[in-house]
Design a protein around this ligand. Structure first.
Ligand code: ZN
Length: 162
């Protein structure tokens, strides 16, 4: 008789994501502003053929105001992660045997959110005292997979910046 682990692992993964969705804390991820070259000019003053807003060369490009840059402001979104505030609750892994600084927290999130966390400039994580105060954190070190199914969850250490 052959064992088929597929369905069991799927069930476990579903439990893991239900757990994080139910017990996790909202964490707001902030993505840095994105700056691209203006699609309407070559240097702020020369029209780029095919650009959306034609203008007379040697005057400021109306699309970017003559800067040749288009900046998309900072954006943010909320995901749910388990947050461990007390170092004795941290799930240990090799990279952090060396030492944990004051005020660091550890989060445990779903791997489906990992690519989001990788792109942030900082995150707002609620504190554990009144749940109202918000503190700003940056990632400390790389994320590592965790959980019984390593493809399903990740750990990340964070240090406070404000
Ligand atoms: Zn322009």
């Amino acid at each position: 008789m052959a064992f088929n682990f597929g369905p069991s692992i799927k069930t476990f993964n579903q439990i893991a994501s239900d757990f994080i969705a139910g017990m996790g804390k909202p964490c707001e991820l902030y993505y840095p502003p994105i700056e691209i070259s203006c699609p309407n000019c070559t240097n702020g003053y020369i029209y780029l053929q095919g650009g959306p807003v034609p203008f007379t060369n040697n005057s400021p490009c109306p699309y970017c105001g003559g800067t040749n840059k288009i900046v998309t402001p900072e954006t943010h979104e909320t995901i749910y992660m388990m947050v461990y505030y007390n170092p004795k609750d941290f799930i240990k892994y090799q990279e952090f045997d060396a030492g944990i600084a004051d005020g660091m927290v550890q989060t445990r999130g779903l791997i489906s959110d990992a690519s989001k966390v990788e792109r942030i400039s900082y995150a707002i994580i609620h504190n554990n005292v009144d749940g109202i105060n918000q503190m700003r954190y940056v990632r400390e070190g790389e994320m590592v997979p965790c959980g019984a199914s390593l493809s399903q969850e990740f750990l990340q250490m964070w240090k406070r910046t404000g």
